[in-house]
Design a protein around this ligand. Structure first.
Ligand SMILES: Nc1nc2c(ncn2[C@@H]2O[C@H](COP(=O)(O)OP(=O)(O)O)[C@@H](O)[C@H]2O)c(=O)[nH]1
Ligand SMILES: Nc1ncnc2c1ncn2[C@@H]1O[C@H](COP(=O)(O)OP(=O)(O)O)[C@@H](O)[C@H]1O
Length: 203
């Protein structure tokens, strides 16, 4: 049976924990999950493509999108804006597709206010030492930026209580399997289906 609405899945976790890596691995498996592309004022990293990794915007462009109500949520993170464009996410959910937002904690809290029925997953590193190793190993940030991200990471981990699920990213394939299990279980939740199936017996 075609679902009336898709799930809004929010994946957060400290910078460097492996959100991008885990989402790419999920994408390689044919899960039918859709991925929202965020807007940001951060500069593109080598290899990042506009419209694929992010929609890269100037500060003025970003602020206009906020004013025009085109963002579901937005936040400032280590000196830049990041936000989720509204149109794609709402269209996919209305069509019955599950959508993942890979966003930081302040944005996730805003999404929870507008979409309380969303599924909120926090990706955890095995340790803070391993988190720093992953950030340094990625080689995309200076030591100063790594320190800023580690400071934010501690604050984010303290807000874990706002989430429904915690998934450790010890190994990518294990984290992917855990997320797939969560999505499967959430799609079987009675409260999400009862209206649809009750209408069957009323036909
Ligand atoms: N609130 C919010 N956060 C976002 C969005 N897109 C990305 N982020 C988060 O912003 C933070 C910084 O992202 P980025 O600069 O790409 O670094 P990376 O996640 O460490 O690769 C990460 O925690 C992202 O999950 C968004 O649309 N909204
Ligand atoms: N389970 C894992 N074990 C070891 N290294 C990992 C794992 N997941 C991701 N990484 C590595 O950690 C670094 C940060 O991952 P990334 O996906 O960019 O994190 P995020 O998107 O959360 O900032 C990358 O170099 C990536 O290859």
């Amino acid at each position: 049976m075609k679902r009336e609405k898709g799930l809004l899945i929010v994946l957060s976790g400290p910078s460097g924990v492996g959100k991008g890596t885990v989402c790419s691995a999920l994408r390689e498996q044919d899960t039918h999950i859709r991925y929202s592309v965020s807007a940001t004022t951060r500069h593109p990293r080598a290899g990042e493509v506009d419209g694929v990794n992010y929609f890269f915007k100037s500060k003025e462009e970003f602020e206009r999108l906020i004013q025009d109500g085109e963002m579901i949520e937005y936040a400032q993170y280590v000196g830049n804006y990041y936000g989720t464009p509204r149109a794609y996410v709402e269209e996919m959910i209305e069509k019955g597709h599950d959508v993942i937002l890979e966003i930081e904690v302040q944005g996730a809290i805003q999404v929870k206010e507008t979409f309380p029925e969303g599924v909120f997953i926090f990706l955890m590193p095995p340790s803070l030492k391993e988190l720093r190793n992953r950030l340094a190993g990625r080689g995309t940030e200076s030591v100063d930026l790594i320190d800023s991200r580690m400071t934010v990471a501690r604050e984010e981990i303290e807000l874990m209580d706002k989430y429904d699920y915690v998934v450790e990213n010890d190994e990518v394939h294990l984290a992917v399997d855990r997320i797939k299990s969560i999505v499967t279980a959430e799609n079987c939740k009675k409260d999400r289906l009862i209206h649809q199936y009750q209408s069957l017996v009323k036909e």
